[in-house]
Design a binder for this molecule. Sequence first.
Ligand code: 13P
Length: 252
Amino acid sequence: MSNRTPIIAANWKMHKTVGEARAFLDSFLPGCDTSGKEVVIAPPFTALAETEAMLRGLDRVHVAAQNMHHEEKGAFTGEISPLMLLDIGVNWVIIGHSERRHIFGESHGFISRKMAAAVRHGLTPILCVGETLEEREAGHTFDVLREQLATAFEPIGEEGAATVVIAYEPVWAIGTGKTASAGQANEAHRFIREWLSNRFNNTIADTKRILYGGSVKPANISKLMAESEIDGVLVGGASLDAASFLEIVNYG
Ligand code: 13P
């Protein structure tokens, strides 16, 4: 456990209708203990406005988009712009999730432009980084992280960098039931912090919240949160059920 305020974030991916999002929040919010932490919920685009309305006025519970385009408007069929998110009161956005990188082919350059746009518009980005199993087994984990970090932060100055939240999500641990060991997560988080210190400074590195993502569940949350380098979690599957996500949020 560090002295950085932890963030417990839910990424619902392509799950939940508006009605299902509402039902989740109706049972989740009354039991959600936000003392000393922040909670983020990232529903699909169609449930963003309803989720935002239900969370409005809650100090430490935020709504996030799962993705956005970097342009303000234009001929980009199927895309959502930063201005559209701000228009409905959404101030947080996940950028560079591994499913965007690997399934939808998002390039480093695209992610870099999204990061620049998020910072320019005052959105808080949750930047996802992480290696595949093949890359880990080939001993390339740090090279992959270095490249992902370098490109994502390339257009961002110190002031913008201070607002970014990072999620280390090893691709081999996502949706597989395989959690990175505390040692593996700590090692990657420490590498990221050192990179931030070299690229920016010690203050950015020391205050940066680095979340772990990949098969986080009620059964492993306490162990993960006990690690000094882990400042929170980004939860997929286990965030879909209100009782399960409550156990994760109210860990410890
Ligand atoms: P799971 O928790 O389902 O492994 O997903 C992790 C993730 O991708 C969160 O963004």
